[in-house]
Design a protein around this ligand. Structure first.
Ligand code: ZN
Length: 343
């Protein structure tokens, strides 16, 4: 199956997070038909990671996720592009990696594995389970795929998700002196946050804050007893100084509830590849046992998660060459190092 047909075949199986079972079975069958050893690693009742290899303990792995954001958008195409859900995030990437792995195999390189996870778009439970797999310890380099426009991402910002909750005292809106508005307190806090310059980092860039959701109050004639805001902070520093800054802003007027946090990650730089840092997060922070991480993939993150998601066919084809080159470089670097170590 050529790379474009493979991309469309994967895309035509809906797999929004939580519903990856069918695409996992399809991938298992497809890889088995090509002669790969394939394991399904159970993550939940109906979710399995797909783990495939040619040799017993591969040193270089290609990886990305099988789930997509909703809604399902079936694949369509023209001469230049494939459109639809998962075209760039990340089923086109799976197709490019399998095609690259098959090309490496044709060239006699079998020291490679493939890891496809569930649930990356929500809580990375797939990656967390994969991190406990025994093959992780034998992996030296993990080439993760996300849409980086085929550049090698050498750093990705972290993501800190939290709620700020305020409580007040309900009262009749005609007698505001009898109450204490949780909404007004929350607005004051959020206004200070909007005017705060959080610590930045030279390598990762600017720390940015999105106030994504505000909820609170009970009725327009009642002083609001409770309110809360959900924030997503793209971290360029460790979480601690940012959380400290938030505590200083809130000054006891509200509470922080941490929803999740992944710290910024540096990835391996390799000579000869165009490098950049990216602002999104990946499974990489949860795949710490899988060797040194690298990140590269076809397509643009700017169209991922949108109704207009697409991938350029020439980018898919380029990605195959880049994955092949990268894998060979990593394997040879190790071979060269081994040779140096030996007298
Ligand atoms: Zn993705």
């Amino acid at each position: 199956m050529n790379i474009f047909d493979l991309t469309k075949a994967l895309m035509s199986i809906p797999s929004t997070s939580g519903d990856e079972e069918a695409v996992g079975f399809w991938l298992r069958d497809h890889l088995q038909s090509l002669g790969w050893t394939v394991e399904l690693q159970k993550v939940s009742e109906n979710q399995n990671n797909v783990i495939a290899y040619l040799s017993d303990t591969p040193r270089v792995w290609l990886s990305t996720h099988m789930d997509t954001v909703p809604p399902f958008i079936p694949p369509t195409e023209d001469d230049e592009k494939i459109y639809g859900r998962g075209s760039c995030d990340a089923k086109g990437i799976i197709a490019a990696q399998i095609t690259a792995a098959e090309e490496l195999r044709r060239q006699g390189v079998e020291d490679i594995g493939l890891l496809y996870t569930v649930e990356e778009e929500r809580s990375s439970t797939g990656a967390k389970a994969a991190n406990l797999h025994p093959l992780a310890a034998k992996c030296e380099y993990m080439i993760n795929g996300e849409p980086t426009d085929n550049d090698l991402a050498v750093g990705s910002k972290g993501s800190f998700r939290l709620k700020i909750k305020t409580t007040g005292k309900a009262a009749h809106s005609a007698y505001p002196e009898m109450g204490d508005s949780a909404i007004e307190t929350l607005l004051d806090i959020l206004d200070e946050i909007r005017h705060t310059k959080f610590p930045n980092d030279d390598f990762f860039g600017e720390t940015t804050v999105n106030i994504g959701v505000i909820e609170g109050g009970v009725a327009l004639n009642v002083i609001a007893p409770t309110a809360e805001a959900s924030l997503l902070i793209r971290l360029t520093t460790p979480r601690a100084p940012i959380e400290e800054a938030l505590v200083n802003i809130i000054r006891g007027r509200g509470e922080i509830e941490v929803l999740s946090c992944s710290e910024p990650v540096r990835m391996l730089a390799v000579d000869g590849f165009k490098q950049k840092t990216v602002r999104f997060t990946t499974d990489i922070p949860y795949l710490t046992n899988w060797g040194k991480p690298l990140l590269l993939g076809p397509g643009s993150i700017l169209v991922a998660h949108t109704k207009d998601e697409f991938v350029l066919k020439k980018d898919l084809a380029n990605a195959v060459e880049l994955y092949v080159e990268l894998a060979k470089k990593l394997l040879n670097a190790e071979i060269a190092k081994d040779a140096e170590d030996k007298p």
